[in-house]
Write a new protein. Structure first.
Length: 440
């Protein structure tokens, strides 16, 4: 609907339910610095739409949901909801979480009714609304069951019912399908979309947080593509495919491809194209099997050195949270270039894929020590010490000058994986120490 008051402070129009403006969120770090998690986020939520927030793990999606729900306050910027600034938990905004956040000692009915208890409604109304929500979401007959008696899919339905029972204006869903098996997840998605299309759910708008590209294209009217470090909006994509959507439809595949392109567009200053990876870089989680596996797959026919990431993801059944960290590690180590939704092996990447075991280790070690500063640093410390031993905590402390504790742990565990595979150092998990015990 064209708006009458465009240009007002919040640029709100008639159908705007919620607006997040210039959001910035930083958390304090142990060393007194700050960890910037969200920057320059502008997001508008309108009547009757499902908006997807798509991004990798750690890109700040859950943080954004908490800000929208008023569960935390942004460092800068503000959220307005129905024209009023959000301060504190906002009424009429309900959340569904990834994990089945329901109480094991309460029955399905009690878990759902709990959503309403706080509102002080008359008993009969609580009962009537709870039963209606249970019925709608497909839990009819399970009212007196305990969560332990339910499958994961049914438990997640309880999570949905508990959000619906309050008749929220906005339903925020934080990766609600990601802990479910493939079939159950698809059933729940389809059921949800059917209810939504029929207009039966007492909700006006939905925000769906996901790291699953296809899920976003399947369900959303609009997708906000997030980049990481700090979380920011890379692109906003309108999805005009009619529902129900078909994953095999060419228009569907085109959108998936476009999102890959957006997500692999290298932001200025992200991974430097020259000069390697500094100590301040958070290393992605990875496994040596996946690294070697991806190199081999891309090197082999039919790809012959260059592959479309969506195709690879599909062939190897990998989600972006698995595929991107591996592709990025290969990029950091100069075994591949990632961009435009593609991965292309470098000469070294091809050489690695074609080499035997020993030669692979040599190539890998050389690239690791040349391009990953942390690996070179650990090796140098070990070389310099007479004992050739160093505690992990020493490196964690160093990394925490640059990154969060969690990121430092992840980075150390990634460098352990890479260093072990390259045999440039050893790591003893029991003693939490690096050493030169095995390497040559
Ligand atoms: P996502 O949901 O996209 O996986 P999150 O919003 O959970 O991402 O987290 C984004 C980043 O913010 C992560 O690096 C995480 O460690 C950090 N973070 C989230 N909450 C806090 C907090 N309360 N204190 C410090 N850091 C936090
Ligand atoms: Mg999250």
């Amino acid at each position: 609907m064209p708006n009458a008051n465009f240009g007002s402070v919040d640029r709100m129009n008639d159908s705007t339910l919620l607006q997040a403006s210039d959001i910035r969120m930083a958390f304090p770090k142990p060393d007194g610095g700050e960890l910037l998690v969200l920057d320059g986020i502008n997001l508008e939520l309108r009547e009757r739409e499902i908006v997807g927030v798509l991004g990798r793990s750690g890109s700040g999606k859950s943080t954004l949901l908490r800000l929208i729900a008023g569960l935390a306050a942004p460092t800068a910027g503000h959220v307005s909801y129905l024209g009023e600034r959000v301060v504190g938990p906002a009424r009429g905004i309900a959340m569904v979480f990834q994990s089945f956040a329901i109480f094991p000692w309460l029955t399905v009915f009690q878990n759902v009714a709990l959503g309403l208890e706080a509102q002080g409604l008359p008993r009969p109304e609580i009962r009537q609304r709870s039963l209606a929500a249970i019925d709608m979401i497909g839990l009819d007959g399970f009212e007196s069951a305990y969560p332990r008696e339910l499958s994961g899919g049914m438990r997640q339905r309880v999570g949905f019912a508990r959000a619906l029972v309050v008749h929220p204006n906005i339903m925020l869903m934080d990766e609600p399908f990601s802990a479910l098996d493939v079939l159950t997840a698809e059933t729940l998605r389809t059921d949800f979309l059917d209810l939504w299309a029929e207009g039966r759910m007492p909700i006006r708008s939905v925000v769906l947080v996901t790291h699953n590209i296809e899920e976003a294209v399947l369900m959303c009217d609009r997708i906000v593509v997030f980049g990481s470090n700090p979380g920011r909006i890379l692109a906003e994509i309108k999805v005009t495919l009619t529902q129900p959507r078909n994953r095999l439809d060419p228009g569907f595949r085109e959108l998936v491809e476009r999102i890959y392109v957006e997500m692999t567009a290298r932001p200025a200053g992200a991974v430097p194209s020259r000069g390697g990876v500094g100590l301040s870089t958070v290393l992605p989680r990875t496994s040596s099997n996946l690294l070697a596996g991806l190199l081999e797959t891309v090197a082999a026919a039919p790809f012959n050195g260059s592959a479309d990431l969506p195709k690879i993801a599909h062939d190897l059944q990998m989600e972006i949270d698995d595929l991107f960290p591996v592709a990025e590690t290969l990029q950091m180590m100069r075994f591949a270039e990632v961009g435009g939704g593609d991965i292309r092996l470098t000469e070294a990447g091809v050489a690695f894929a074609n080499a035997g075991v020993d030669e692979r280790k040599r190539i890998f070690a050389r690239h690791l020590l040349t391009h990953v500063a942390l690996a070179a640093h650990i090796r140098r410390v070990l070389d310099e010490r007479a004992s050739h031993v160093a505690r992990k905590s020493r490196f964690v402390d160093e990394l925490e000058d640059f990154m969060s504790e969690e990121a430092a742990e992840q980075t150390l565990s990634a460098v352990v994986t890479l260093g072990r595979y390259a045999e440039v150092f050893a790591y003893d998990d029991d003693r939490a120490t690096f050493s030169l015990e095995n390497p040559v």
